[in-house]
Design a protein. Sequence first.
Length: 94
Amino acid sequence: MTKSWFDTALKRYENDFDYRLEYLILNLTEQIAKIMREENLTPFDLAKRLNMSPTAISKILKGNSSFTLRTLLALADALGCRLEINFRKPPADA
């Protein structure tokens, strides 16, 4: 199968710091939103659990917030999840 122009373009950016940062933020916010859906939690419910404003939760869910480890751990606790952060070596072909 031939690579599409998008795959080729994407390959150029996979080691770019800003691209990787945005990918991590998107991944985190998608995980949070998925758990919220599964638990039938609204942003207001999550805000109450975290003693935060609904506006702060909205910023987090939109990816407009810098995540500290404290914030991530508090989110995990509020969602009934375990936070794990791992460092891994990239694949040999990267």
